[in-house]
Ligand binder design. Sequence first.
Ligand SMILES: Cc1cc2nc3c(=O)[nH]c(=O)nc-3n(C[C@H](O)[C@H](O)[C@H](O)COP(=O)(O)O)c2cc1C
Length: 162
Amino acid sequence: MALTNYRPKRAIVYTSVTGNTEQLAEMLQTAMLNQGLQSMLYRIEDFPLTALTSFDTLLIGTYTWGSGEIPEEMRDLYEAIERLDRKELQTAAFGTGDSFFAEFCGAVDRFRDMLYMKTQLVATLKVELMPQPSDSRRCEKLVELIKLQGMQLFFSEDQGDR
Ligand SMILES: Cc1cc2nc3c(=O)[nH]c(=O)nc-3n(C[C@H](O)[C@H](O)[C@H](O)COP(=O)(O)O)c2cc1C
């Protein structure tokens, strides 16, 4: 990658039924903006899956269903990333769940395990039900890691070009 005005393409993609994960996704977008990182915010239904390869960073947000299951609407994204197998893709998994259930945020764990194998997984974030104002600090932390690791990726690729 040359030293250019190359702009990484970042997206936050999420699913949410009762609004908890949506709130967390919005908190993350605010944290991204606070740290100067532009990102698109998509509900999974609106995410352009066919353009997956054009993204540099994906933050993936999900609630958990059944017994620790990934919701149906997130499965295509899960499988597409698994097939893509692109280690340069920077990712994070986040979500909300209810610790009443045996597998708290199990869907986040399932995404995490796959993303760790197939992409450059940076961080995960789990929140109990509705995000609280104190969770914004955790969002800021996650974004700090995205930023830091993004710089490392940039410089290592830049070195590789020489
Ligand atoms: C039928 C059902 C099954 C659930 N199973 C789990 C589960 O296994 N683990 C968990 O952490 N939360 C579970 N939850 C809780 C939801 O993941 C949680 O309420 C979440 O915050 C909903 O997110 P949303 O508001 O973005 O839709 C379940 C909820 C329902 C209704």
